[in-house]
Design a protein around this ligand. Sequence first.
Ligand code: CDP
Ligand code: CDP
Ligand code: CDP
Length: 240
Amino acid sequence: MTRLFRIAIDGPAASGKSTTAKQLARLLGFRYIDSGAMYRSVTLKCMTMHLDPLVQRDEVAKVAQSLDIQFPDLGLVSNDGKDVTKLLRQESITRSIAPIASNPLVRQAMADKQRLMAQTLDDRYAGYLYRGRCTQGVIMDGRDIGTVILPDAELKIFLVADLKARAERRFKELKGHDGLEQIMKDIEARDLADRTRTVGPLKKASDAVELDNSHLSLDQQVQQIQQWVHQRLDLMQASP
Ligand code: CDP
Ligand code: CDP
Ligand code: CDP
């Protein structure tokens, strides 16, 4: 029987979750589910419909329930069959997410979709061969994956990095559209909103491993996580 291995990666904005998750998914032949992209997708759809997320809360929830969000390939996102990957990371979306992500009905709709996705594996994900046994798996990143969405995940990582390191990395990515100071302020504001919302706040699960990558390269941290995956697989092998 093929084993299923679930990795939950949570952490504050720009801590390296999606880059790490993608690289790991490639190495392990696991499925990658970007839960942040799902909240971004709902936000994009609400913006095109000119909904006011603070006033039209039920309409926003309906969008979250009915929007068909898929990850057709590593890093790609489609909404109702349309590739929206390039649209999702716009600053206008990033700044508009908070009132949508704090809507409990939206979170419930996302949780239902995320749990379903984490259960369904298909032939596209070859899985990982370790000590002669194949493991299929899923890596999901976000804010509440280890605490709410997959509380019994086989491995939970809480990724952190200094605010300055995170802002500098985002600054490089955005190629100077916003100044470093502005990016720092935006990240701080988003972290605060994420940490203080009532439903599904950003929080380290008690059984998560914290990894500070302020001074780690991407390769170093991926290697560290892969070591943890091996340790868990050895444990699973010892007690099947
Ligand atoms: O990549 P970055 O850290 O900028 O953001 P993201 O992971 O794409 O998530 C964007 C926003 O979606 C976050 O600031 C959260 O407000 C929200 N989010 C959430 O509420 N719950 C999740 N599981 C993932 C994202
Ligand atoms: O998904 P999240 O918002 O947590 O972060 P990300 O978009 O994956 O990472 C933000 C940036 O940090 C990316 O450009 C990564 O390549 C970079 N990064 C890094 O320089 N060193 C690391 N150890 C991890 C990420
Ligand atoms: O190098 P050392 O054996 O001290 O630590 P590690 O195996 O790299 O693990 C670092 C931390 O990750 C430990 O303190 C544990 O809290 C956590 N960990 C865990 O909970 N379960 C594992 N199978 C491996 C690590």
